[in-house]
Design a protein around this ligand. Structure first.
Ligand code: SF4
Length: 255
């Protein structure tokens, strides 16, 4: 992924690991990876792949072949130092993967976290559907690391109990697929930031959220004095202006 991002709650994305074996129907990353794979998914039977260098610099018409093995989990080792010398920013780590999927070896996590340690000027935002791995791997709870989990349905809310106790924590309610019983749940009080967004793309069974679903979340955030960030995908449902608040620790000086 490029330096700047279209993901509006971070400054940049960084993808030293790409690919995922979850099977979310609404996944945008899978489509992108297949589009820029050149059909390479079938080039190996390996379940996980390590690339020490970008082997395929160019594809037809000079288009970069960024995901030579499609959506198969891949460590792009040559990307580990991508932000080492860049100015401090909020970085979403692995927008094209689930870095904490059970198929990701501890050694890959070691390499990603070592790269984070070498560039402490940044804030790192991790997001997973499998937060139990945060605990199993025993992630470091430094002030510049943020650990999130995705919630789409009521059944996902229980996963929040695996967010590391002493760390900065957030939830990404995206895509919201049903009305969440958020008022009966302690999770808003438990986390430090809430992101909410609607499904994008043109999936046949795409879910368009009702305004009331969003209002419940916003009201609960207000009641608990927690910042909420609405993604631009909510503009048609909520109208302008969207509420786009950041935790104090992630705000830029000029904000
Ligand atoms: S967890 Fe994320 S990357 Fe993996 S399939 Fe689901 S949406 Fe895609």
């Amino acid at each position: 992924m490029g330096d700047k991002t279209k993901i509006d709650w971070c400054d940049s994305t960084w993808n030293p690991v790409t690919g995922c074996y979850h099977d979310c129907q609404y996944c945008y990353a899978r489509n992108i990876a297949h589009r820029f794979s050149g059909g390479g998914e079938n080039w190996t039977d390996d379940k996980i792949i390590v690339l020490d260098e970008r082997k395929y610099d160019e594809f037809e018409e000079n288009r970069a072949l960024a995901y030579p093995y499609g959506f198969k989990p891949t460590l792009h080792r040559y990307k580990l130092d991508e932000y080492a010398t860049k100015k401090g920013r909020n970085i979403f780590v692995c927008s094209m993967a689930d870095l904490f999927g059970n198929w990701v070896p501890d050694s890959w996590l070691d390499e990603v976290f070592e790269a984070c340690e070498k560039a402490p000027q940044h804030n790192y935002l991790f997001l997973t559907k499998n937060p139990k791995r945060y605990i199993d791997y025993d992630v470091s709870c430094d002030r510049n690391k943020w650990y999130g989990t995705s919630i789409c349905k009521n059944t996902d809310m229980k996963k929040c109990e695996h967010l590391p106790l002493r760390a900065n924590k957030f939830i990404s309610i995206e895509p919201i697929l049903e009305c969440l019983d958020i008022i009966s749940s302690p999770i808003i009080n438990w986390v430090d930031w809430v992101i909410v967004g609607a499904e994008t793309g043109r999936r046949k069974d795409k879910v368009i959220p009702q305004r009331k679903w969003i209002e419940d979340i916003v009201n609960e955030c207000k009641a608990n004095e927690k910042p909420v960030f609405m993604k631009s995908s909510l503009a048609d449902i909520w109208g302008e202006p969207l509420i786009q608040k950041f935790p104090r620790e992630l705000k830029h000086k000029e904000d």
